[in-house]
Ligand binder design. Sequence first.
Ligand code: OGA
Ligand code: NI
Length: 364
Amino acid sequence: MENTKKVNYHESKFINQNGIQQTIMIPVVQDLAELKTLPENFIQNPAATHPFPPNASFEPIDMVKIQSREIRKLGRVCEDWGMFIIENHGLDPRLLHDRRGRAAEVVKRFFELPFEEKKSSVGTYTSADNMGYGRNFVKSEDQPLDWIDRLAMKAAPEGASDGLCVWPTNPPNFRSVIEKYVKATRKLMNELLQALAKAISLDKQSFSQYFNPNTSEINVRVNYYPPCPRPDLALGITPHTDASALTLLMQFESSNGLQVFKDDHWLTVPWPCNTLLVNLGDLMEIMSNGRLKSPWHRVMTQSEMGRSLIALFYNPPAQVEIGPVKGEEAMEEYKKVVVKEYLKHFYKVSPTASKVAIMYAKVN
Ligand code: OGA
Ligand code: NI
């Protein structure tokens, strides 16, 4: 027998075309990691990867110099790539990937728990929309599946997921460690909102004006990509943009998973392990009147080892209406949208074969 491991299933709930809630059972990918062949429902046949252009300017952004000469570089890298690596972020390394713990360690310890313990540690995950331990984005029985297990929580506004039991209680320090990480990185993201506005010659409050310390949203998602028998046939995450304003990613164990679509090619982002990467989302594209575009990206898997990652999705409060902040350009190319309405639209249409969700916010 090829796989001696018992395969457990996530219950994934979705509303079908007739408006009826349906539940599909999706295998827990961790339980498939020892297979030698890829189960058919994971076959996606991703388009080929091209080499990253050796002379491309994908320079890391130095947070120490962000008030001065780094600003122009930030504008250039964002206009070219829609994402950037940050260095000298000033975060306490013990918060990130210290041996004894912190963010990387609690994530690892959670995924090492047996399935039943994970499930009971997270509680009533199926009743909370797309939150907790499980899957999202599955919309039909015949949709090809991504090679990923994930865990999703709301870290802000404060108290947003109280009572939903979506935060694991095991390891016991999971929530406190992740909340500390969120608190520290939130400062960094606020700084970046201002820097990004300045980078495209707008007033520095242009984007941060929509945010609010008490009601802005931060969704935390932990992605775990177990080793995959056929990285050439599978995807960790199917191509997408992020719906957020900013996404802050920290990866551990391994790199070479994230790819960006540029000039008709898929390129592996040269993103070293244990560093932070910022990805611009659709809400940023709208606020910047299309000058800062959300990149189309996907995640590849690998056969030798797993990879995990913490993603923070930073959004203005759900009820806020955002709109394009115009610079010198003549026209507003995007409409005003209420954050919540945009997100609703995004999740309703996703996954899509190309970057179309944003059309909802574009002036025709
Ligand atoms: C995402 C994402 C990138 C990665 O979670 O939206 O794009 O490398 N993640 O896991
Ligand atoms: Ni993404």
